[in-house]
Design a protein around this ligand. Structure first.
Ligand code: SAH
Length: 351
């Protein structure tokens, strides 16, 4: 925490352009100064209030007195990179907690994978994020700051954002939606809504709320199994919201929004990667506007499952495609940098 900062201070990246305008007005400054501040926050990517050289000093001081300093929201503590593949940022928060942000380059695009909570309460069997439960949710500013840090690192605005880092976005719904809107706002980061994906483990009320928002954000649902019995073995959330309830919410979502859902399906050898599972999955998704993203398990030592043979992954993919399900297979990168969710934070946690 910087000198003079109080733990109650909000992050500068938590304010909407309207809220920045109100703060500017409260300082007795002209409204157009708000645009300058936004420009520094998101375009110029200033790291300190002092760096906003064309903003009057009194305004800078007033902002600094009310809001956390820009580099105090999420400081880069460690960078793990692997030759041209993913770069992972370990970020320290003002209260000493740590989160991860991953930059994934693909061709000429960069995708940033952001965290929504410190840890996760949902404890999916293969996911390192849930091993120690959840400490707290992130503020809107802590979420937005991750994209700013990634932009600083790559030297330009990222093309895509996915809420697939640590945490369950719908367990922190308000901050996540506000952050996504700020990322999308042309006065903020200006990333297209359809380039921002929110991924849920299956929190049904979150899916229902998102359907009502009227936004164009992408929705991804972590399915991982085609039956209730199998899904419960991997994902405790399935006993809270059943597969039937989840699929009903997904069908309502697509009907209401006319948008497609992406189902994430992590393939675990012998567990959910057999031809019968592919058959059951095709039946489950029949008539639903969706696509499937297959992810071969990224093994973690706390989970006994193994990644399938690449041939089984290709067969699973081919079966789905043959039956008219639009499917992609993620040929995973970045194991060497602990690229799967929560692994870097976990390592730091265990040091
Ligand atoms: N809580 C949200 C977002 C975070 S996880 C959700 O569950 O969707 C992002 C995706 O990575 C999820 O589909 C998750 O199940 C998957 N994942 C987590 N650990 C993994 C691992 N070890 N191997 C493969 N996929 C994993």
């Amino acid at each position: 925490m910087g000198a003079g900062e109080s733990p109650m201070m909000d992050s500068a990246y938590s304010l909407t352009p309207e809220e920045i305008a109100a703060a500017v007005e409260a300082c007795g400054e002209k409204p157009w100064r708000a645009a300058q501040v936004c420009q520094w926050l998101y375009g110029g990517r200033a790291e300190r209030w002092d760096a906003m050289t064309n903003v009057p000093a009194a305004l800078r001081q007033a902002m600094a007195g009310r809001l956390r300093d820009l580099d105090g929201t999420a400081r880069v503590r460690e960078v793990a990179a692997e030759g041209g593949a993913t770069t992972k940022l370990l970020l320290g928060l003002h209260d000493g907690e740590m989160i991860e942000t991953v930059i994934i380059p693909a061709r000429d695009r960069n995708t940033v994978c952001v965290s929504s909570q410190v840890g996760c309460a949902f404890r999916c069997a293969f996911c390192a994020s849930g091993l120690h439960g959840v400490a707290r949710s992130l503020s809107c500013g802590e979420i937005v700051a991750q994209v700013v840090r990634a932009a600083q690192r790559i030297g330009r605005r990222p093309d895509n954002v996915v809420f697939m880092g640590i945490g369950e976005p719908f367990a922190n719904y308000d901050a996540v939606l506000k952050a996504a809107r700020l990322m999308n706002d042309p006065r903020g980061l200006g990333i297209g809504a359809r380039k921002i994906t929110i991924s849920t483990c299956g929190v049904v009320p979150g899916i229902e709320r998102l359907a009502d928002e009227g936004t164009q954000f992408e929705l991804s649902v972590s399915l991982h199994a085609p039956t209730q019995a199998l899904r419960e073995k991997l994902m405790p959330v399935a006993s809270q919201w059943s597969l039937d309830a989840l699929m009903a919410a997904c069908r309502d979502y697509t009907a209401q929004t006319n948008r497609i859902i992406t189902f994430e399906y992590t393939l675990v050898a012998g567990f959910n990667d057999r031809p019968e599972h592919a058959r059951l999955l095709v039946a489950l998704l029949r008539g639903l506007k969706c696509r499937v993203n297959l992810i071969p398990l990224n093994p973690v030592k706390e989970f006994a499952g193994e990644a399938p043979d690449p041939r089984d992954c290709e067969d699973f993919l081919a079966f789905l495609e043959r039956h008219g399900v639009n499917t992609t297979l993620r040929r995973s990168k970045g194991r060497g940098v602990n690229a799967s969710c929560g692994q870097l934070r976990l390592r730091a946690f265990q040091r």
